[in-house]
Design a binder for this molecule. Structure first.
Ligand code: FES
Length: 151
């Protein structure tokens, strides 16, 4: 094997080794689901009556909660009241020292992870140290959408 033939083999070998990398960088990413439906029709601007769309009834039913920290004036956590299936919308900021409460689906209460306060689905205090209820908001379903008046 002469020098020219040797360099030719090295070039072919280098090209063969880099081919998978080149092909991978040119391929289309398929890790995002292509058929996932977004909600392009939801207008999250406030309506004349002060209500704001924060999601769909379908989302609420699928996830059990709807949470919003961006569109409303205050943080909002929406659940379905287990007693009457109406919507319950509260500010999830604990009235004790400001931690964020969590919805417990098994016991149907809001519980604070910091010092253990407990609140009913409509925000009333069930157990301290918090003494004030969670701030609650008007919420309703309309045309498959969940609307909240969080001013
Ligand atoms: S901040 Fe919630 S119980 Fe203390």
């Amino acid at each position: 094997m002469d020098r020219r033939e040797f360099i030719g083999w090295i070039s072919v070998s280098a090209l063969a080794n880099s081919l998978p990398v080149v092909l991978a960088s040119c391929s289309v990413r398929k890790d995002k689901p292509q058929n996932k439906q977004e909600n392009p029709k939801i207008d999250k601007n406030s309506r004349k009556n002060g209500f704001l769309v924060l999601g769909t009834v379908q989302d609420l039913n699928d996830k059990g909660i709807l949470r919003d920290n961006q569109n409303a004036a205050k943080p909002v956590l929406i659940v379905r009241n287990p007693d009457n299936i109406n919507l319950s919308a509260v500010n999830p900021t604990c009235t004790h020292q400001g931690c964020t409460v969590e919805w417990k689906t098994d016991t149907k209460i809001f519980a604070c992870p910091c010092h253990g306060s407990k609140f009913s689905s409509d925000g009333k205090v069930l157990g301290g140290p918090a003494k004030k209820p969670l701030e609650s908001f008007q919420a309703k379903e309309e045309d498959g959408l969940v609307l909240v008046k969080a001013i």
